[in-house]
Write a protein that binds this ligand. Structure first.
Ligand code: GDP
Length: 443
């Protein structure tokens, strides 16, 4: 996801290298590139125009201070404006209602409503300690109710049964009564979608909205549909008082445009993004982290949060501290990261979140699951002393380690290089002025 956009934007920084400051003329070429990059990413044209104008204003008004290069300064501006475009901060769900807080899920068929309903139930239970009830009002698609029932069972979340002969409103109100009686904190209502926006669907979901008075009405939309996603969002936004958006399938080959335009066009915040088909593939959306990810700075914070959810907390916290301080990160930690990666669904799921350089380095080395196993094997062949002091691993130790792991010395060298690179990244992320240092690394 977003690879093209990331690559184009880092190319711009390179082109500005060697220029003393940002001027009307050198900025013009760079902005043309940014504009093309955004259009290629399928960002809506009006959004692109406004964005470019804002970046230009901000960049020209910007003092290029100290040793910041113009390229870095421009990326700094683009980073801030991208963040603003997507809404500055994460907009959390509002669940402050007389229980049950009702969440109504709206969207086209196939957008990911049912899957996201399940994921959201799991997330609210695990992260917010909420007692959640799931119900499906989709009486049209034959397997829809069954799909949600099975999902609820798999996730061990309460499910209110319904059947296709009932009216959607009756189902919803019965579920609401049930949730109240059984002290559920949250009721998530999955609804019927159509292949395209149509009046009957809009009328039905409006009725459901009127009957349930949900505190959250979330529009679920497939990021892979690009500009269509924005148009559909607008149609739903005109019909319903939406409170937020769930952008699904960001793990697919989405070019990223929907993430960038949805907020601007609808005025509604993206609250969550879907990042895999798996039940834990729903994440709170953080505009600032997404902007950094787009600019190739990686989404290390999300990565850490994920790590903390998936692995034992004490170990994850220790690692997080080391990553933040950039001190004491050794091959033992590197190995722990590998083990965590495996737990979190392997390399490909994590690639998107790593800083571009690191991700590229790994991609160049054709990292695959086999290679991860090999890496683990090599580290296992090292003594604890060697793991803590990889810089002291010279030729004879390398030969012994390679023999022990059944690999060639070349592979040991590769691993040590890889480790050194990731250690450098840690250092860039740590301490004051981390951002500036990171930008320096990009220029
Ligand atoms: P609905 O018709 O809106 O209820 O859509 P579904 O929940 O049935 O989802 C349609 C398809 O999209 C299913 O195959 C889901 O597994 C898939 N899907 C939903 N969200 C995501 C996501 O974030 N990533 C990926 N890769 N697939 C998703």
């Amino acid at each position: 996801m977003l690879d093209n956009l990331t690559q184009r934007l880092s190319g711009i920084v390179k082109n500005l290298r060697g220029q003393a400051r940002l001027t009307e003329s050198n900025i013009q070429d760079a902005l043309r590139e940014v504009r093309l990059a955004l259009l290629e990413a399928d960002v809506a044209l009006p959004v692109v125009k406004e964005f470019i104008a804002k970046v230009k204003d901000a960049a020209l008004g910007q003092e290029v201070i100290g040793n910041l290069q113009p390229g870095q300064a421009l990326i700094g501006v683009v980073n801030r404006e991208l963040t603003k475009l997507m809404g500055e901060h994460n907009d959390a769900l509002n669940l402050a209602a007389v229980p049950p807080a009702v969440i109504l899920m709206a969207g086209l068929q196939g957008a990911g409503k049912t899957t996201s309903s399940g994921k959201l139930a799991k997330l609210l239970r695990e992260q917010n300690k909420k007692k959640v009830l799931l119900v499906s009002c989709d009486v049209y698609r034959p397997a829809a109710i069954e799909q949600l029932r099975m999902l609820a069972q798999q996730l061990d979340v309460d499910f209110f049964p319904s059947d296709a002969s009932q009216k959607p409103q009756d189902i919803a109100l019965a579920a609401h009564d049930f949730a109240k009686k059984h002290h559920h904190d949250v009721l998530i209502v999955d609804t019927a979608g159509r292949l395209a926006v149509d009046e009957a669907m809009m009328a039905e979901i409006k009725d459901l909205h009127a009957a349930l008075k949900p505190i959250e009405t979330l529009f679920v939309v497939d990021a892979m549909t690009g500009q269509d996603a924005v148009n559909t969002a607008k149609a739903f936004g005109d019909a319903l008082p939406l409170t937020g958006v769930i952008l699904t399938k960001l793990d697919g080959d989405a070019r990223g445009g929907a993430a960038l335009s949805v907020r601007q066009v609808t005025g509604k915040p993206i609250k969550f993004v879907g990042v895999s088909e798996k039940p834990n593939g729903l994440e709170a959306f953080h505009p600032e982290r997404m902007a950094q990810r787009i600019l190739g700075m990686g989404d290390v914070l999300s990565l850490l949060e994920e790590a903390q959810r998936n692995v034992d907390h004490a170990a994850a916290e220790k690692l997080a501290k080391k990553m933040h301080s950039g001190k004491g990160f050794d091959l033992n930690d590197f190995k722990m990261q590998i083990v965590q990666m495996k737990k979190m669904g392997g390399m490909s799921a994590l690639m998107d979140k790593l800083p571009a350089q690191l991700s590229q380095a790994a991609a160049n080395a054709k990292v695959d699951e086999r290679q991860i196993n090999r890496t683990e094997g090599i580290i296992n062949s090292m003594t604890p002393f060697e793991r803590a002091h990889p810089e002291l691993i010279k030729a004879s130790r390398k030969r012994r380690i390679a023999a022990g792991a059944g690999v060639q010395v070349m592979h040991v060298n590769q691993l040590l290089n890889q480790f050194e690179q990731s250690q450098k990244m840690m250092k860039m992320f740590s301490g004051k002025g981390a951002m500036a240092k990171m930008m320096k690394g990009m220029a």
